[in-house]
Design a protein around this ligand. Structure first.
Ligand SMILES: CC(=O)SCCNC(=O)CCNC(=O)[C@H](O)C(C)(C)COP(=O)(O)OP(=O)(O)OC[C@H]1O[C@@H](n2cnc3c(N)ncnc32)[C@H](O)[C@@H]1OP(=O)(O)O
Length: 172
């Protein structure tokens, strides 16, 4: 039987200070630097779940709602939502905090997919991810639908095979 692990065991919190080298000429954190931090936090989460080397297979939509300023503190929280065979979906939230003014806002949210691989880079099965809290169950339940959408967009699944996705659009 496949090993099972609670999704909470994959939780990662990472905190970074926005330094001059991370910013553009408006003194805002650069989008690419943010994606780099998100990729690292999410990869560690997938590694914690699988106890394997993981590679980034895909990144879903990432939007940048508001600039993050030089000197702000960025907190990233990542956790596996669901594991399939060799792939894992990781949910990541990012907050930006201005410590002197005591303000904090959520700046980004995204889903990353990682694949566990062996030493030769071949996909290898990972433990099942078990959700426990209401929020973990909500994210787990939506993961199959999101997986189908990203595989269709990547040309790896025929739209007619995406049954979970199709069900969303089928009206009574
Ligand atoms: C340019 C860069 O910076 S890339 C960033 C770093 N990432 C990398 O280097 C990864 C490069 N890619 C790879 O090594 C391979 O494409 C892999 C390991 C991700 C997939 O290898 P494949 O030979 O295609 O394996 P296969 O078809 O068996 O798929 C393996 C898993 O990957 C998943 N997968 C493959 N492509 C995608 C994708 N675009 N989105 C989501 N999942 C994907 C599959 O659904 C499958 O999941 P499952 O085992 O849970 O069902």
């Amino acid at each position: 039987m496949r090993k099972q692990k609670p999704v909470a065991e994959s939780f990662v919190r990472m905190t970074e200070l926005v330094l001059p080298n991370d910013t553009n000429t408006l003194n805002n954190l650069m989008g690419g630097r943010m994606m780099h931090l998100m990729d690292i936090a999410a990869a560690i989460s997938a590694q914690r779940h699988s106890n394997r080397i993981v590679v980034t297979a895909s990144v879903d939509n990432v939007s940048f709602r508001e600039g993050i300023k030089l000197g702000n503190v960025v907190t990233l929280e990542a956790q596996v939502t669901r594991a399939f065979s060799s792939s894992m979906e990781v949910h990541i939230n990012v907050w930006s905090e201005d410590i002197p003014s005591g303000t904090k806002f959520k700046s980004n949210e995204a889903f990353f997919t990682f694949v566990a691989v062996d030493q030769s880079g071949r996909p290898i099965d990972v433990p099942e991810a078990v959700p426990n809290t209401e929020e973990e169950i909500r994210l787990y339940d939506g993961a199959l639908r999101r997986r189908q959408l990203r595989l269709v967009l990547a040309g790896r699944m025929k739209p007619q095979e995406a049954t979970e996705l199709k069900a969303l659009f089928e009206m009574e």
